[in-house]
Ligand binder design. Sequence first.
Ligand code: SAM
Length: 322
Amino acid sequence: MLEDSFGRRFRYLRVSITEACNFRCQYCLPDGYDGPDNSAFMSLTEVQTLMTAFARMGTTKIRITGGEPSLRKDFTEIIQAAVNTPGIQKVATTTHGARLAKDAHKWAQAGLDQVNVSIDSLDPNQFALITGQNKLEQILKGLDVAVDAGLDVKVNTVLLQDFSPARLTRFLDWLKITPVTLRFIELMETGEHKAFFKSQHMSGQPIKDRLLAEGWQPVIRRKDAGPAQEFSHPDYAGKIGLIMPYSKDFCKSCNRLRVSASGKLHLCLFSEQGLDLRHLLKAGDTDALMQFVHDALNSKHVSHYLQDGMTGATKHLAMLGG
Ligand code: SAM
């Protein structure tokens, strides 16, 4: 079992399989991706070695992320490899959702359990403005296909300053009939977007206050739950989650570790350069990997220190997958 010096346990691994993305979200890659192609990143075999080592250390849940993971030609094989790793009970992915309509059934058949889809606005023009892609309709169709394929669907919405009460109302109306969990995520400061953060960060607290005033009830948290606070309402098919990284004690429930597409272990989303695992992955040496990760965990910090403006080496979240 992976446990750090503050008693936090880590059964959840987020694996980035590419840094590339074809969206241009204002808060992430506003000028588009301009980095190495997918051949630079961990191969399927390396990802398999990584997952095997973590599963042997007690990891039960894997999220495949990016960049945009569905841009990898072997994405379905990577899902399958995660599903077939002894010990892994849940496989999730985070995607912009543009390929869901075409591929959700294929991914579900490969054994994917959960998909998180990023939708920052239900207004097509605003969606295009934020993401640089006019694809809201295609993505919403894809969500229906994902639900139909039996996937557990969550939607991620980053809160930006212009997130008006009217926009919230639109999301709430949609949730009345849509059986997904919508998670509002506070914008986090990253190295390349400090000015954007200053002008756009908005607290999730006003949303929480409105939900509680309108009869939403906090969902009892499982012991191993991550940092999202969840709410449900008897009149709504969907649920709401709030991820407020600037709130007090946010890091106390940290239960996840991350590995970047280039094979670096990140003990925190905002840690420094990352600890290189690539030579061990290339060598297929699971025992050495396990020893390395065990030892490294002792240096995990108690907090992300985001509240002090520390963003570590994280230039934008496409580097690591959020
Ligand atoms: N391409 C995939 C997608 O669109 O979801 C996965 C990668 S993306 C980096 C993962 C999640 O991080 C998305 O939901 C995105 O909205 C969120 N994200 C990116 N930058 C962020 C930031 N600065 N603060 C909060 N969330 C952010």
